[in-house]
Design a protein around this ligand. Sequence first.
Ligand code: HEM
Length: 225
Amino acid sequence: MKIMRPLVYVVALGLVWWVYSLPAPEFGAALSRTLWLGLFATVSLYLALLPGPLYANVPGAPGRRAFVHARRAFGVVSALFAGLHGYEGLFGWVGGLEGMQWWSWDYNLALGLGTVAWLVLLILAATSFDRVVTAMGRRWKQLHRLVYVAGVLIVIHAATVTIHIVDLKPYAAAWFVALALLLLLKLLRFRQRASPKLDAIGVTTFGVAIAALYWSTFAISHHRH
Ligand code: HEM
């Protein structure tokens, strides 16, 4: 299983190399890099979050040891992809800090939320190595719960920032299904442990989260400047 983390790092570096070697499309290299790197950052973070709730609900699902071992590496490469995505997005596509004045306040707010999310991912990546995990003891788990704060900020960032993809529908559908599945697995895991009193709170929170996800994915425009 030890091969899993180096494998994730090598594949991630290969993807970065691929993104930077793509020929520039007519709308420029920065936007295409922003889109690809944003996709890879999001998928890596998803893969870091999935094993916990997945194997808690389906202990016999295949690949358990390898996937759980790879989890931390997915978190680290997510911070790498997100940093490059943010750099290309802000300094390439938006026109840097000066360029922000030409975009609406809500677009700039979306970029700000993305930046906070990235800073959280960076802190988590920097503290994700065995030595730090041992040194921090129980505090490590508490600190790493911040990944859910980053996750929520990323969902708000992606829902509110303008997305320049011509046919967004299939991506939006995949986004909704993947996040709804993760939320469902989290709810089921919560119900395994929670008292009947807390159960109602869990189910209500799940319902509100699914409604908010549906609304932010399908009911609002993803093309405002
Ligand atoms: C570092 C701060 C960040 C900045 C400055 C930033 C900037 C941007 C920009 C400019 C876009 C719009 C691209 C377009 O016009 O189509 C965008 C979209 C997006 N961002 Fe970010 N972002 C940041 C952090 C993040 C993080 C941490 C994630 C996830 C891990 C993320 C995921 C996404 C996704 C999924 C989209 C929509 C599709 C795409 O462009 O890939 N962003 N971001």
